[in-house]
Design a protein around this ligand. Sequence first.
Ligand code: ATP
Ligand code: MG
Length: 364
Amino acid sequence: MAKHSFNIAVIAGDGIGKEVMPEGLRVLDAAARRFGIALHYKHIEWSSCDYHAVHGKMMPDDWKAQLAGVDAIYFGAVGWPDAVPDHISLWGSILKFRREFDQYINLRPARLFEGVPCPLANRKPGDIDFMIVRENTEGEYSSVGGVMYEGTEREVVMQQSVFSRHGTDRLLKFAFELARKRERKHLTVATKSNGIAVSMPWWDGRAAEIAAGYPDVRWDKQHIDILSARFVLQPQRFDVVAASNLFGDILSDLGPACTGTLGLAPSANLNPERRFPSLFEPVHGSAPDIYGKNIANPVGMIWSGALMLDFIDQSGTVGRQAHDAILAAIEQVLAEGPRTPDLGGSASTTEMGKAIAAAVERAT
Ligand code: ATP
Ligand code: MG
């Protein structure tokens, strides 16, 4: 029998992470009841303001042991620059999870919804509906390099990019598999082989070789400069986009930016082999500027929860149904309200979360 019971580590974190998390859980609970899924939460307070303030670090040394047996991590946001510098809070928490749990896929959907003001002219819902698959562990973000003649006129700095065949192939395979499952079955591979003359032609070659195994997926490669322009000018061209760490980082801010507010955007950090837990979090940070007012948009958190249910349920049935029901509920509430101030409304975080949960309960 398929397993429909899951252990979830819940880390709300700092700032608005604490405000959107209860709404994420509210909607997860509604979906779990509706679709017969059992979710067991382990609430963990690892954050800048609670944990670091007391212990001088973001997590205990045995953090891995404490997460043993969890199927996924549901994560709000960490960071509180007045208390802990961002490089310490991020490297001590979220970036540690990505590396140590080999979450080599960063998946970010971008979709334009009715009722959400789009910064691009003349765009309607349906024009933007794509998934960005970013490599999350190597590429341009290596720490290999150094400085010579530091502090002198002759100063030279070098940093290397690292592309392994293993790391590149598994990223591309994931992207082709994802494209294969979608209606349009199209993949765009981001490259820059006309300028970066060693790694990127090699990357193109890996893409061509992997593509041979997916004759049912149409694919093309596009240089990152024109690809970025097309995100803005012709977003309807895209279905799934695969990119290296740096290119993917940039695209995965640009894509959701084209669909309105940062508060909507979800993300998944995946270890597809499930050797380690995967992590699901909204794209936005802790947003100290709006914390404490109960006005943060909870959709990014809620949508991330939908991605989590879809991923953890390997039966491909209830998790997918719950995901689709949550997405439909988000779509309905964005169109009809209530909406938070970033969407031009005046609803609170709680009101919007409750409305989405209620729409999930009504799902057929
Ligand atoms: P990071 O944590 O990645 O460093 P950041 O601190 O630069 O990100 P965020 O905390 O995401 O940025 O906030 C950026 C801006 O977007 C802020 O003005 C914030 O108020 C707004 N914002 C972020 N998330 C939301 C949300 N869920 N609802 C409404 N506004 C949001
Ligand atoms: Mg921040």
